[in-house]
Design a protein around this ligand. Sequence first.
Ligand SMILES: O=C([O-])CC(=O)C(=O)O
Ligand SMILES: [Mg+2]
Length: 219
Amino acid sequence: MFIQNPMPDQIDPVLVDELQGVCVSTLGHLRDDGFAKGLIPNRRPVKFIGTAVTVRIPHLDSTAVHVATDLLRPGDVLVVDHSGDTERSAFGGLVSFTAKARGAVGAVIDGSINDYDETLEYDFPVYSRGFSPITTRILGIEGAINVPIAVCGVVVRPGDVVFADSDGVAFLQPHEAVGLGALLASKEEAEGPARDSIAAGGSIAEFSGARAAFDAKRA
Ligand SMILES: O=C([O-])CC(=O)C(=O)O
Ligand SMILES: [Mg+2]
């Protein structure tokens, strides 16, 4: 059976701009949930922020990936739940070429990819579990587009914010991203004076609070 829900509203371009200026790992200093643990990028440095268009496929059939890829809009990110399969790739050169041609800013595949060199040639950023030369087929068995999916144990809804850079991928609901760029920027800006102080002989442990926390429980 196939499901195709409408394309999600795209995230506010202001949120995209705000998150462009900050690091995913700065969010990782503040929370543990929502990260796609275990995925690697096809290249570094990498940075993309966009709207999740979700796809779930079974192990062997990538029919829904091809259909969804045609629907991508500028600013979208293709996010694929391959139902736990890593032996077969459902994402290769032609899919990345099409995604890029539609204006998508990246892809996040909870599965393997193929045509690795081609993805680089098209300069299309893809996070995945790795690489496989064995691919899916167009079998018309089943798949779902724009439904909630699981990516590395994280629930991703169509329209979620995909926040990716060289350190990894975070998924946020749009309301969680409001004001987040400013919060992360203020945290990063605080490191400027810390660097100046450390360069002059100051202490990272004083800056971070580690010295005080350590001493408070020192045996
Ligand atoms: O077609 C596929 O499913 C994967 C592939 O090789 C491509 O995208 O070029
Ligand atoms: Mg191919």
